[in-house]
Design a protein around this ligand. Structure first.
Ligand code: ATR
Length: 263
């Protein structure tokens, strides 16, 4: 039986096993997908297990998307551009690091029929998933990307890769068409992102990378003041879909049942 794994820390919240195991069943694939909480020191051994075919594929989540890079043999163009790996596999005796977050975000936006072209986008946060989101936004023709992070140094670090990024202090709100919460604020139900929600709306798109809880305060407040909202669920499903297709050469279905599974 083939074995797949998502690694991260923390990992208990991950819904990847639920989704991949569902698709195994639907596609009669004899495999199992588990989650494993690890420390950075464990990455080397896990990659060795992949090399020795004890594991057949790995998804990587916070906070190892970058720190796994030195342990793989080759990066895909996407992973290299984002300096972020979320999918690992072995082919022709080489370990490859790939990134399906970029296309995951792009497909989620296209699925929502939201046209990024010409839009001003304001990103909150500078964590692991942000370079992937920036690359997808640029690919879709965003006019301007502005970013703010509590620790400004991390935002400025991103500017080294994306020189046209505009950085604003944490607490400053520029003009925007779409705002993206890419911080971990909202994972706890009571977390709040301080914004002038009443003054900002209406008719903007508020996007939260978080999908569990389904509706963060950031999204419920935005809705209250007449804005469109979207959580990170479809991005999550699409990134998993791309990893699954890559590993199994089978394209699983994304239907109502799949989407409900993650509620
Ligand atoms: P990592 O930084 O390890 O990749 P992440 O979950 O992807 O982890 O990123 C967490 C993001 O949420 C960061 O942008 C973090 O800001 P800092 O860089 O200042 O740590 C942000 N974040 C977490 N808690 C926050 C809080 N209480 N207020 C504001 N931002 C917060």
């Amino acid at each position: 039986m083939k074995k797949y794994l998502v690694i991260g820390n923390p990992i208990e919240h991950s819904l990847s096993p639920k989704l991949h195991n569902h698709w195994f069943e639907k596609n009669n694939i004899n495999a199992i997908y588990n989650k494993k909480q690890i420390n950075e020191i464990d990455i080397k051994d896990i990659i060795s297990e992949l090399r020795n075919d004890k594991i057949n594929g790995i998804n990587v989540t916070v906070p190892f998307k970058q720190s796994i890079i030195p342990f793989v043999d080759e990066l895909s163009a996407e992973a290299n551009n984002a300096q972020s790996v979320n999918t690992v596999y072995k082919e022709n005796n080489k370990v490859f690091g790939h990134n399906t977050d970029i296309s995951g975000f792009e497909l989620a936006m296209r699925g929502k029929s939201y046209d990024i072209k010409g839009k001003k986008i304001f990103i909150l946060g500078a964590g692991g998933v942000v370079p992937s989101i920036i690359l997808a936004l640029k690919k879709m023709g965003a006019n301007k990307i502005i970013l703010s992070n509590r620790t400004k140094k991390k935002a400025e670090q991103l500017k080294k890769t994306f020189s046209d990024l505009e950085i604003v202090d944490w607490g400053v709100t520029p003009e925007f068409n779409m705002i993206i919460n890419a911080t971990s604020l909202g994972l706890n139900k009571e977390d709040e992102i301080k914004l002038d929600y009443a003054g900002l709306g209406p008719n903007k798109l508020f996007y939260d990378v978080i999908y569990n809880p389904k509706e963060t305060k950031f999204l419920s407040k935005a809705k209250q003041f007449g804005n469109q909202t979207e959580n990170g669920k479809m991005m999550f499903i699409y990134q998993a879909h791309q990893a699954f297709t890559l590993w199994h050469k089978v394209m699983p279905k994304i239907d109502e049942e799949t989407i409900k599974l993650l509620d």
